[in-house]
Design a protein around this ligand. Sequence first.
Ligand code: ADP
Ligand code: MG
Length: 473
Amino acid sequence: MTKAVEISTRKREVNKAMKGRLLLADDEAIIRKSLQRLLEAEGHEVVTVENGLDALQALREGKFDVLITDINMPGLDGERLMQEVHRLHTDTEVIVITGYGTVDSAVTAIRDGALDYIVKPIEDERIKISIQRSLENRELRSENETLKKTLNFRTNYKNIIGRDPGMRKIFDIIDAVADTRANVLITGESGTGKTMLARAIHFNSNRHQKPFVEVNCGALPENLLESELFGHTKGSFTGAVKDKIGKFQQAHLGSIFLDEISTATPSLQVKLLRVLQDRVLEKVGSNETIEVDVRVILATNTELSAEVKKGNFREDLFYRINVVAIEIPPLRDRSNDIPNLAEFFLEYYNRENGKSLNGIHEDAMARLLAHNWPGNVRELENAIERAVVLTRHDQILPDDLPNVVVEPTTDEIPELDQNDVLPLKQALEGPEKRIIERALKLNKWNRQKTAQMLDVNRTTLFNKMKKYGLLAD
Ligand SMILES: Nc1ncnc2c1ncn2[C@@H]1O[C@H](COP(=O)(O)OP(=O)(O)O)[C@@H](O)[C@H]1O
Ligand SMILES: [Mg+2]
């Protein structure tokens, strides 16, 4: 957050005399010439065209900050041109210039999104100021977008809840590696916050003003995924009607987030290895080597090392991507974060829905603590959102929670996999930890009361707390 603010003040000072790339469309040669001379003297780069179609062509081929267009031109007139511009290049500002006869259409143009209109004869100062304003406007708009992204709670590091020691360790790792280019592999069950952490890494890195590109590798069939990631050349396969830039290239100087990486096929794994190792790629159907500077963040909800052992995932690629490994524990193993998360979501969905619920009733909280959250934080977030929307009370009561959360579950003890038969003592540790944790929470971490509730003596309780790492709180 502070980063973004600092940057915006720095920029504003520079704004005093911003220079831009301008496109000027007018059918009168004299106007083109005189404006071009005036604006170039101001330090702008000016391209002139004499009709709407040429303007459109120029806009398709290059990037312009501001389009200055006459209304009455042969062929495509200024009004139609403007509509096209807004369809094509949403970030090019438009200034309309017009003779007295067409002031009405200038007003229409403003309504359609032009920033300003200037009546001929054009005064030098008038157009200079108008262009300055357009450039500042444009800058502000893109700044706002960056800010918006940074402020969004899903990307803002400060808004990631985690007092659990396991989570705090993760934050330390992120702090340490954010500004490096090290590949990061995030492992965790669905809904534990992998996507959120990937964004946090990017937006807290020195690349935060460059693109962050997300690709879900599990969502596309192999051939499409390849061209999605690396791009393709026109005609390289049926349906490749024009050249396409891949996500890696789009993410140049920024970060790419490859979700569900375990689904990558062997041939894709080879290509990934190449880009991770040599920082170069070739588009599908091309021999040209393209260099990219991209920070790669990956996520998987299956244990990738197990896939390596099974022969489904290349070992060399695994070592490449496993440089920094972050394992997000499932929510049931960090239930001390449940109250904070629940309050956080309550506040967020209060705001979203214009509600003002003032808390979560302790019976409801006890339910939240007792549930084992197979859908992890996402499931908790959904439960709170639903409760905020549906409740008729000024607090969240057990009634407002989904049935699965409220009803005592019989599957508290996880079903054992056939391959997964642990020694009994070890198998019971997980449930024992959870029962102790929950009882501690219900008794607000009062050990005497907790020991009574569990019917063990205080020393036993203390020893077990120590064993399960529950003493931190
Ligand atoms: N520690 C956390 N603090 C705040 N919100 C969280 C936290 N962990 C997850 N969330 C939220 O829970 C939802 C699911 O997280 P997400 O990153 O999409 O999970 P995953 O990618 O692992 O499936 C998102 O809305 C995310 O913002
Ligand atoms: Mg995700």
